[in-house]
Design a binder for this molecule. Structure first.
Ligand SMILES: Cc1cc2nc3c(=O)[nH]c(=O)nc-3n(C[C@H](O)[C@H](O)[C@H](O)COP(=O)(O)O)c2cc1C
Length: 184
């Protein structure tokens, strides 16, 4: 399927893309993917992520707990792709959020086609409606003393405090059929 490149600085100006990212994030989630030590792409579901402009750059920061296999992957590669899957693949997205790349090759198990990236090492997923290629330009760990108490109680009963990876968006591509289909 043909993909249309979009200027990374301009993508948030496309209201339809922003709406889709937000709708998928707050429904079944979206997939971030990074290479592991063996060079295997590992997709993981996220429900938390933000996008906007920081340091004059187009950014898509994501929050990853140290317990995730993905954490090790991003630590090594310093990059990741953000993959916004079509809603009819919600079960697949759910599965990538309940299984670990430590135990299985999720790409092979789901028969996913890898989309080579143009700007980073980690690839994207060809089935994704929207793929963002992100290079980490900063990271930071969220700190327990800085939280409102209810957030720590609800989201960090076992610690495992997220690392926030600040990924600069270097490349964006959108499936042509998604752009041409006016329903999304
Ligand atoms: C809807 C949904 C959203 C999730 N969001 C996040 C997230 O934002 N950050 C995170 O670290 N884990 C998140 N997870 C959990 C990971 O996706 C899950 O632990 C996954 O199995 C880790 O895969 P990995 O070990 O291959 O990295 C989410 C899971 C689901 C189902």
């Amino acid at each position: 399927m043909t993909r249309i490149p979009i200027d990374p600085k301009d993508w948030p100006a496309h209201g339809r893309l922003v709406r889709e990212v937000y709708e998928r994030l707050t429904a079944e989630g979206i997939l971030i993917a990074a290479l592991d030590e063996a060079g295997r792409l590992n997709p993981m579901t996220i429900g938390w992520g933000v996008f906007g402009c920081i340091w004059g750059r187009s950014m898509f920061p994501v929050l990853v707990r140290p317990s995730r296999y993905t954490y090790q992957c991003i630590e090594r590669t310093g990059d990741y792709t953000v993959n916004v899957m079509p809603p009819d693949l919600a079960d697949l997205v759910g599965s990538c959020g309940t299984t670990s790349g430590r135990d299985m090759d999720k790409v092979a198990a789901h028969g996913l086609e890898i989309l080579p990236s143009r700007h980073i090492r980690s690839g994207g997923l060809a089935a994704a409606n929207i793929v963002l290629e992100c290079r980490v330009v900063h990271h930071n760990d969220v700190q327990q003393p800085n939280f409102a108490v209810d957030i720590v109680t609800n989201y960090y009963p076992e610690g495992d405090f997220h690392r926030v990876y600040f990924g600069q968006v270097l490349g964006v591509s959108v499936r042509q059929d998604f752009l041409e289909d006016g329903t999304a």
